[in-house]
Design a protein around this ligand. Sequence first.
Ligand code: 5AD
Ligand code: SF4
Length: 420
Amino acid sequence: MNFHDSERIAGILRNEGYTLTEYPNSADLIIINTCSVREKAEQKFYSELGRFRRLRKKNPSLKIAVAGCIAQQEGVSILKRFDHVDYLIGTRNIGKIQLMLEGKVTPLNIDDDPEYHLRTLPAVRSNRVSAWVSIMYGCDNFCSFCIVPYTRGRERSRDYRDICDEIKRLADEGYKEVTLLGQNVNSYGKGLEDDIDFPGLLCLINDIDGIERIRFVTSHPRDLSERLIDAMEELPKVCEHIHLPIQSGSDKILKLMNRGYNYSEYIARIELLRKKIPDIAITTDIIVGFPGETDNDFMQTLKALKEIEFDGIFAFKYSKRPNTSALKLPGHLQDEVKSERLEEVLVLQDDITSKINRQMEGRVVEVLVEGPSKTDRDKLTGRTRTNKIVIFNNDKLLEGILVNTLIIKGNRHSLYGILS
Ligand code: 5AD
Ligand code: SF4
């Protein structure tokens, strides 16, 4: 979501005549788009901001703006604490950037713009094959650890006509794949006057010529309806992959997290997904060291990973976030305990992912070619419908084309293939 916001900030400024530079030294304007989902991201921002102070000393006409979740959360205190920051742009104020730079609105823009979801903003996209498309903003779930409802505000869905028009334009420009973005895509449509829900939206996008693949993130397990699973099964362009954050395997912790499901309900969703879409890849998010997590609770998470065998996971140490209700829970754990648990989770999952990827050896899979591999420029890279990276030899550029590859080696992070 933040990455795509950056693409849109770049899109707005390109229309104003700005060009992007990779080198901060040669920039007239630096916009730092920030994330505050975990403390580590915040720390990164503050150290980066310190580096930019030196640049500003060298070049006093350089303008510096802070955008995104930290700007939203900290507001005017950033302008007060850091005299080299000129502008603040909150998560729902991107569209005002040019007015702000022209001095037509104040340098502090963090109000909740209730019309934000009605706007389609331009974007400079980093990938020429696969595009992100926001379908909704904000979140009403208030998981007890999560800052998103406070930084991104209440849940609002975009009009389906605007979404489809944007995707049709992307198809005309040659994009083959779209990833629909929202904090909780399953609740798309809530509050709209039109009678449309997320499976209905998928149906409409499936009919857009030129788009070959549809992905979406993120789904909340509580709201994953059978209707959505049926749509995934029936609509040919919807890819066989779902990112379904479980967070913990312990019912006690899930309750404290205010997730709205227990482990057996989560498993029931997984079973239905695997029954209806046998080849589906399932990935998840895990938080270790949530307040009150005992050894036994943690064992439940390890057990869940072994039982479910996810294709991949993102695992994080619980991080204290301002405003969130988990802050006040008893039993906050020491960092060493969290680090040990994180390590254990990652080691276990590495084995599981390696095993699953090895099982791909000998299979022929469809790959959407994205371009040269970052690690080996002589090779091409792309993704399977199940969102696994495939690297393969080819001297002809096939960017944006669907090819079949035979997988000859399955590693932890990627698959190696040959054209078949
Ligand atoms: N601490 C650790 N991880 C967090 N996440 C969200 N908030 C926190 C937090 N306070 C993780 C969750 C979520 C993912 C995007 O980030 O796992 O699914
Ligand atoms: Fe945060 Fe929960 Fe909303 Fe996801 S569903 S953005 S974890 S509050």
